[in-house]
Write a protein that binds this ligand. Structure first.
Ligand SMILES: [Zn+2]
Length: 78
């Protein structure tokens, strides 16, 4: 996955680490409701800055492709 930038938007640091994780399951909330597939919640790519700790979550391409037709999501108005 391509991240939006190669540096931290908070501190300009370049020690960024990323992983992927489910957006819900177990006893926690589902953070991307309605965007998963059968028996599987949607995934996030998580990017953490090792310098300041800023943590960013990016919905997977598959999850984003479903936003337009998802009943639980409304487009934000400018
Ligand atoms: Zn940072």
């Amino acid at each position: 996955m391509k991240t939006p930038s190669s540096h931290c938007p908070e501190c300009e640091g370049r020690s960024l680490f990323r992983t992927t994780t489910a957006s819900g399951g177990g006893y926690g909330p589902v953070l991307l409701p309605g965007l998963g597939r059968l028996m599987r919640t949607a995934e996030f790519t998580v990017v953490v800055c090792a310098d300041c700790g800023l943590t960013r979550f990016y919905a997977s391409a598959d999850a984003r492709s479903q936003l337009g037709g998802a009943r639980r999501w409304q487009r934000c108005q400018a």
